[in-house]
Design a protein around this ligand. Structure first.
Ligand code: NAD
Ligand code: UDP
Length: 319
């Protein structure tokens, strides 16, 4: 791991970003979090704000940082760029904000990283593979994305973010790393964010029907947030991986219907399982090939889906 340094985390009030802030502080780093609170919440930073090494700046990354903000931030070694709505419900509610955050917002943060000589990590996504025609997905796969579909505001702007990050890397020598994050779950996902794990658990704990979209035969692979955060930090702090694109996710793959049955059993719910329309362009299957992450970062997930779901169910029961 790196020496104690100052880290900037955009999107730090969100689900993954807030866990990242906590983990960086625990390692003794100083953390500056930038967030406009579009889909994140200040409560996620309840622990972080107690730490004197933590600073929160409310700011929209689609706008350049003001001179005052730059002075407040000072010298930064690492920029973790996580800002962006991430759940399907959120980014379809905010399509233009999402597109701008992942395009102009990413350019603003790359310019900032370039000016101060910081290492830059982009939180990209498995969505850049679209509805994949290769399974499992390796980093070398270029994807199958509908450019005019309902998911395009997210998928295409994340692809733009990857492209522009590589421009700053090749043209300006910025030390860039791209993490393609696969479905991640855990405490602090908003109960109403519409993702499958938060929906199913919150439906199950009050014995409401579990809403499976389509026939539930589509697959996803689920990574617990603590594992993901460890992967992100390794992605940033590992030397010699400048310009690399790396999948981060847990290859444990489930059909959505299997996940519903598992959560029903784990919560002891009496809920029925109901079938709703499959949203357009919903990827049929998704599983990360993490050979590269294992080789370059020495990283692989340690938390099984059963253990991660147990912790997440416990979190929602306490809310
Ligand atoms: P989240 O919505 O909980 O967090 C995103 C944060 O970004 C929020 O706090 C939000 O307020 C902030 N934000 C959005 N637009 C902003 C802007 N213009 N300026 C400043 N802040 C802004 O989502 P998450 O699940 O924590 O996702 C974090 C990152 O990881 C995102 O970039 C997402 O695309 C990526 N990712 C997440 C997953 C997943 O399964 N959770 C999968 C793939 C990729
Ligand atoms: N899904 C579902 N019921 C829900 C929410 C989601 O069956 O209440 C399905 C959704 O159609 C998709 C999968 O679960 O096939 C994962 O959805 P999520 O929105 O969590 O993630 P993404 O589609 O972005 O991978």
């Amino acid at each position: 791991m790196a020496d104690s340094r100052t880290c900037l985390v955009t999107g730090g009030a969100g689900f993954i970003g807030s866990h990242l802030c906590d983990a960086l502080l625990l390692l003794g780093h100083k953390v500056i979090c930038i967030d406009n609170l579009l889909t994140g919440r200040k409560e996620n930073l309840r622990d972080a704000v107690q730490n004197p090494h933590f600073t929160f700046i409310e700011h929209d990354v689609t706008k350049p940082l003001s001179k005052d903000a730059c002075e407040q931030i000072g010298t930064i070694s690492y920029v973790f760029h996580l800002a962006s709505p991430a759940s399907v419900v959120d980014y379809q509610k905010y399509p233009e904000e999402t597109a701008l955050t992942n395009s102009m917002g990413t350019i603003n943060m790359l310019r900032f990283a370039k000016d101060i000589g910081a290492t830059f990590l982009l939180a990209s996504t498995s969505e850049i593979y679209g509805d994949p025609k290769e399974h499992p997905q390796k980093e070398a796969y270029w994807g199958n994305v509908n450019p005019v579909g309902l998911r395009a505001c997210y998928d295409e702007s994340k692809r733009f973010g990857e492209m522009i990050s590589m421009v700053y890397h090749r043209r300006d020598g910025v030390d860039v790393r791209i993490a393609r994050i696969f479905n991640t779950y855990g405490p602090r996902m908003r109960p109403d964010d519409g993702r499958v794990v938060s929906n199913f658990i919150n439906q199950a704990i009050i014995n409401k029907p579990l809403t499976v979209y389509g026939d539930g035969s589509q697959t996803r692979s689920f990574c617990f947030v603590d594992d993901l955060v460890e992967g992100i930090m390794k992605g940033m702090f590992t030397d010699g991986i400048n310009g690399e694109v790396i999948n981060l996710g847990n290859p444990e793959e489930y059909r959505v219907i299997e996940l519903a049955e598992k959560i029903k059993a784990m919560t002891g719910a009496t809920s029925e399982i109901v079938f709703k329309d499959l949203p357009p362009d919903d990827p049929r299957e998704r599983q990360p090939d993490i050979t590269k992450a294992k080789r370059l970062l020495g990283w692989e997930p340690r938390v099984s889906v059963d253990e991660g779901l147990r912790k997440t169910i416990e979190y929602y029961r306490k809310l």
